[in-house]
Design a protein around this ligand. Structure first.
Ligand code: C5P
Length: 218
């Protein structure tokens, strides 16, 4: 039997990863945070001092890296880097690196392999449009930019980063711009995705809405 894919796409800070994790838990599916994969490569590039504009250098990093997920953690070459990939420098550079076509092709290959073995809830930017255009369920989660930035700002402050709300707004706007305008597999709502605006809804409400659609589709 073919595995089920639930695709959840949307811009940064829309709440999609929190929602995707809950849905995966409730359904007993594997949760795959595809943003974490692009972040892992970006983190390694930072560590190795490879410039995001050095496309060949970045592609070499992807070719020689092992990315895996285990117990909700992301492993890069066997090391848990779940915390490190949230560093501000990774936020700043990740969209540039994610716009490199060869990087995306290798990441998408890995994403498809994982979904070949498990039922998955996968969140990202291009899951419903490019990675799994035939996914059984597709959702596009969005929210007002200031609301998204407030959520992301709170998360970062809780992690101990000293950062201004205005810088988070700038970071999200810039990443959205790069993600929406890149040539290959840009961020866009799939025509057949169900759009959910989380600006004024809490996680519980949105999760219930999504589960409602999924149960109706069974
Ligand atoms: O979801 P998150 O904000 O962690 O993703 C980090 C970055 O990774 C995004 O801003 C985007 O540039 C890139 N990304 C992507 N395609 C995906 C997931 C993330 O290009 N499927």
């Amino acid at each position: 039997m073919k595995n089920t894919v639930i695709a959840i796409d949307g811009p940064a800070g829309s709440g999609k990863s929190t929602i995707a994790k809950i849905i995966a838990n409730m359904l007993g599916y594997i949760y795959i945070d595809t943003g974490a994969m692009y972040r892992a490569i970006t983190y390694k590039a930072v560590k190795m001092d490879v410039d995001p504009d050095d496309e060949n250098g970045i592609v070499d990093i992807v070719r020689s890296s092992d990315i895996d997920f285990s117990d909700g953690k992301i492993l890069l070459d066997g090391e848990d880097i779940s915390e490190q990939i949230r560093m501000p420098v990774v936020n700043e550079r990740v969209s540039k690196i994610a716009s490199i076509k060869d990087v995306r092709l290798m990441m998408v290959d890995l994403q498809r392999k994982i979904a070949g073995k498990h039922n998955v809830v996968m969140d990202g930017r291009d899951i419903g449009t490019h990675v799994f255009p035939d996914a059984k369920y597709k959702f596009y989660v969005e929210a007002d930019i200031v609301e998204r930035a407030k959520r992301r700002h709170l998360e970062m402050v809780e992690k101990g980063y000293e950062i201004k709300l205005s810088s988070v707004i700038e970071d999200l706007s810039e990443r959205d711009r790069q993600d929406r305008t890149r040539e290959f597999a840009p961020l866009v709502k799939a025509e057949d995705a169900i759009a959910i605006d989380t600006t004024t809804k809490n996680i519980e409400q949105v999760t219930q809405d999504i589960l409602h659609y999924i149960r109706r589709g069974d």
